[in-house]
Design a protein around this ligand. Structure first.
Ligand code: SAH
Ligand code: SF4
Ligand code: F3S
Length: 456
C-alpha cells in the first residue's frame, strides 16, 4: 500500500482526527493522494449525527467500491458510524476491509498489517480513562497552514436526548494541559498563528486546570495571535470563562453557544439543562464583558412534540439575540437516543412540517446575518490570511476575529494579518480590498491546498 485517500465527514473532531490518521500513515511511508481512484487505501472518517450524514457515508462507500474492483484498494471506515455499527458494518458492506473507532487511530499500523494478511478487522474498543493518550499533532505536517484545531478533550458526559455523540465518542476525558500547551507551542514554530481548541463540551475541561485558565495560558504562548474554541454548552458557561473572554484580547470575539430551541418545554425534553431566560442572562453578561462579540448557535427544527407555538418562540429568540449565524437542522431520530424512544409518545413532527419550519428559521437568519454583515461595509477589518480564495483564486481569503470570512483583492501572503476595506457583503461573507499588511507572516510558507483531507 503506497497511496492513501481520506474522506472526512462531520465535525471538527473528525477533521482533526483525519489529520492524525494522515500523520500515522505518512510515518508508514504512505503518501496522500487527492484522487480516490489512484489510492491503494481509502479511509472514510464518518459522522452519524443525523440520518443524512450516515446516508452520505454509505453512498460514498458505494462509489469507492469501483476502486477496490479496479486496483484492489483496501477500504476502511473510521469515525462515528464505525463506532456505532462495529462489526455490523462488515456484514452490511461486504467490500469493507476494516472498521475502527475514534480511539483506535494510533492502532492503524497494526490494523493495516492484519488487513494485508487478509483479515477483516474491527477495532472499536473505547479507552475511557485518564490513561488515554491523545495522539499528538506533528507540527511538520501542518506546515503551510496558519490556523489549526487542537483537541483538548474527547467524549461527552451530557445526555441531550436527541444526540448520538455520547454513544459514539464515549465518556469525557480531558487532555492534560501541559500536552495542549506543548502542542500549541510546536504549531507556532511552523507558522500557525491561530488555534481552535476543540471538544464536544469544552466548558467541562479538567486537564489539571479549568477551561478558562487553559484559554488564558494558550493565549500567552509566544506566536499565538488568536485563540478560538468550540463547543461550549450553555449550562456550564462559567463566570471564569466570561471573564477570560472579556479580559484577554487574543481570545477571538466569537462565541458559539448552541441553544437548539427557544421553547423551555422543548429544551426540557431535549435535556439541555437550561431555560431560555438563563441562556439569555449568560449571553447578556458575555456581551457586556466583550462588546461586539459575534454569537452563533445551533437550532433543531421539528423536535418531537414541538408545536407551532414552540417554534414561534425559536423565531422570537432568533430575532431577539440577532445571531451572526445559525447552523440549523431538522430533527433526525437517532438509534439508542431518548428522543427516538419517546418520539411516538411526544408526537413526531411530520417531515414536511419540519422542513417548512427549517426554511422559516433559515430565511429569518439570512436576513439578520445579512444585516450584520452589511453593517461592515465601509469599515476596515483585520484578516488573518489563509491563502487564495476558493471562489476566485486570483483573490485572497481569510477571517476576521469574529470569524467572518473575507475574500479580497490584494497580495498579502498566507500567515499575514491584513487590513481590508470592506466593499460588499453577503449573509456569509465579506468582499473588499487590501488596505495594508499590518503584520508579516511569522514563517513564510509555500501555499498549497490541503489535498489529503477531502471534507464533505
Ligand atoms: N456538542 C455540541 C453539539 C455537537 S452536534 C453541543 O452540545 O453544542 C452539533 C449540532 O448538531 C447540535 O448542536 C444539534 O443542533 C445538531 N444535532 C445533534 N443531534 C441531532 C439530531 N438528532 N437531529 C438534528 N440535529 C442534531
Ligand atoms: Fe451531544 Fe449534548 Fe454532548 Fe453536545 S452536549 S455532544 S448535543 S450530548
Ligand atoms: Fe458527527 Fe461524530 Fe462529530 S457524529 S458531529 S463526527 S462527533
Amino acid at each position: 500500500m503506497r497511496r492513501f485517500f481520506l474522506h472526512t465527514f462531520g465535525c471538527q473532531m473528525n477533521v482533526s482526527d483525519s489529520q492524525r490518521m494522515a500523520e500515522v500513515l505518512r510515518r508508514m511511508k504512505m503518501e496522500p493522494t487527492p484522487v480516490a481512484k489512484n489510492a491503494d487505501l481509502i479511509i472514510l472518517n464518518t459522522c452519524s449525527i443525523r440520518e443524512k450524514a450516515e446516508e452520505k457515508v454509505l453512498s460514498a462507500l458505494g462509489r469507492y467500491r469501483e476502486v477496490k474492483l479496479s486496483r484492489g484498494a483496501r477500504i476502511g471506515v473510521g469515525g462515528c458510524v464505525a463506532q456505532q455499527e462495529k462489526e455490523r458494518l462488515l456484514r452490511r458492506v461486504p467490500y469493507v476491509d476494516f472498521v475502527f473507532g475514534p480511539d483506535a487511530i494510533s492502532k492503524l499500523p497494526e490494523i493495516l498489517r492484519r488487513v494485508e494478511a487478509r483479515e477483516r478487522v474491527v477495532e472499536t474498543a473505547w479507552i475511557d480513562s485518564e490513561e488515554y493518550v491523545f495522539p499528538r499533532a506533528d507540527p511538520e505536517s501542518t506546515r503551510g497552514r496558519v490556523t489549526e484545531f487542537v483537541t483538548v478533550m474527547k467524549g461527552c458526559d451530557n445526555v441531550c436526548s436527541f444526540c448520538v455523540v455520547p454513544h459514539t465518542r464515549g465518556r469525557e476525558v480531558s487532555r492534560p494541559c501541559g500536552e495542549v500547551l506543548a502542542e500549541v507551542a510546536g504549531l507556532t514554530g511552523v507558522g500557525v498563528r491561530e488555534v481552535t481548541l476543540i471538544g464536544q463540551n469544552v466548558n467541562s475541561y479538567r486537564g489539571g486546570i479549568g477551561f478558562a485558565e487553559l484559554l488564558l495560558r494558550v493565549a500567552e504562548v509566544p506566536g499565538i495571535d488568536r485563540v478560538r474554541f468550540t463547543t461550549s454548552h450553555p449550562h456550564d458557561l462559567s463566570d471564569a470563562l466570561i471573564e477570560a473572554v472579556g479580559s484577554q484580547p487574543k481570545i477571538a470575539p466569537h462565541f458559539h453557544l448552541p441553544i437548539q430551541s427557544g421553547s423551555d418545554r422543548v429544551l426540557e425534553r431535549m435535556r439541555r439543562d437550561y431555560t431560555v431566560a438563563e441562556y439569555l442572562e449568560r449571553l447578556s453578561r458575555l456581551r457586556a464583558a466583550r462588546p461586539g462579540i459575534a454569537v452563533t448557535t445551533d437550532i433543531i427544527a421539528g423536535f418531537p412534540g414541538e408545536t407551532e407555538d414552540d417554534f414561534q418562540l425559536t423565531l422570537e429568540l432568533t430575532e431577539e439575540v440577532r445571531y451572526e449565524n445559525q447552523y440549523s437542522f431538522v430533527f433526525s431520530s437517532r438509534p439508542k437516543t431518548a428522543a427516538a424512544m419517546r418520539e411516538e409518545q411526544w408526537g413526531a413532527v411530520p417531515h414536511e412540517l419540519k422542513l417548512e419550519r427549517l426554511e422559516r428559521v433559515q430565511k429569518l437568519q439570512r436576513r439578520i446575518g445579512g444585516e450584520i454583515m452589511a453593517a461592515q461595509i465601509g469599515r476596515q477589518v483585520e484578516v488573518l490570511v489563509e491563502g487564495p480564495s476558493k471562489l476566485d483564486p486570483s483573490k485572497r481569503f481569510g477571517r476576521t476575529p469574529e470569524n467572518r470570512t473575507v475574500n479580497f483583492e490584494g497580495d498579502a501572503p498566507a500567515g499575514a494579518l491584513a487590513r481590508v476595506l470592506v466593499r460588499r457583503s453577503s449573509p456569509n461573507a465579506l468582499y473588499g480590498e487590501q488596505a495594508a499588511i499590518s503584520s508579516e507572516p511569522r514563517v513564510r510558507v509555500e501555499e498549497r491546498p490541503g489535498a489529503e483531507l477531502c471534507v464533505a
